[in-house]
Design a protein around this ligand. Structure first.
Ligand code: FE2
Ligand code: FE2
Length: 241
């Protein structure tokens, strides 16, 4: 792949994990904002687009396609990766983060009550949203995608669906991704970019590390769905209609 074919931020992120790191280092949103061009995002954030493009090209050349090539793998395989890697991570980590947050609130809630309570509110809201979101993906959308892919493989007509075009539930999932992206952004702002206060104890540090890991994992997760899975499903549906 030549990097001149890459235009959107999502294209770059899909090209290599090295590119994902460059985007993160420059504070560029590649998951919910993945459909915007690199030039557009750089102009808005006051970044030198040619310099960022150079860094991205170097990262992609140094590490060509280190990930499974999700642009060509079956959708079933991609979905199974998303569920076993990212959904499982959330199901395991969110309760642990909640416990740490509760401990920090108990120990330090009096020192900075406004920030910690706001952080707790945003975190709990995000958890609840993600819980329902993953449930909808696993129980409704992903099985529907699987049925479409199997029909498409067998040259059979697409199975009837209760929600009309598959683009409809996808649009709902994308809106929910935007909302999760906003919650991550709010948590980062509330913590001053995850800066630890002087009084931070070991649990506070573990909470901070865990929230940063959550952000990185959720960005990759949303990127795989918004920039790779969903566009492929929409293309597949169009090709069969
Ligand atoms: Fe998901
Ligand atoms: Fe999702």
């Amino acid at each position: 792949m030549t990097t001149t074919e890459l235009h959107t931020v999502g294209d770059f992120a899909a090209a290599s994990l090295g590119a994902v790191r460059v985007l993160e280092k420059n504070g560029i949103d590649y998951c919910c904002g993945g459909r915007r061009t690199l030039e557009e995002v750089c102009a808005e954030q006051g970044l030198d687009a040619s310099e960022v493009r150079k860094q991205l090209e170097q990262a992609i050349t140094a590490e060509p396609s280190p990930q499974r090539d999700w642009a060509t793998a079956s959708l079933r395989e991609l979905i199974s990766h998303i569920v076993s890697t990212h959904h499982e991570y959330l199901k395991l980590e969110l309760p642990r983060l909640k416990q740490r947050l509760q401990k920090v609130l108990n120990a330090h809630g009096d020192k900075d009550p406004e920030t910690l309570q706001a952080l707790s509110r945003v975190f709990l809201g995000l958890w609840q949203e993600l819980d329902q979101h993953m449930h909808k993906e696993e129980m409704i959308l992903f099985p529907a995608i699987d049925r479409c892919e199997q029909a498409s493989r067998n040259g059979a007509p697409l199975p009837p669906s209760p929600f009309g075009s598959i683009a409809n539930p996808i649009a709902v999932m994308e809106r929910e991704h935007d909302s999760a992206g906003q919650a991550l952004h709010q948590m980062k702002e509330l913590t001053g970019g995850y800066t630890l206060p002087e009084y931070a104890c070991a649990t506070y540090r573990a909470l901070n590390d865990g929230l940063q890991e959550l952000e990185a994992d959720l960005h990759l997760h949303i990127h795989l769905e918004n920039n790779i899975l969903f566009p492929r499903v929409i293309e597949m549906e169009k090709a069969r209609r």
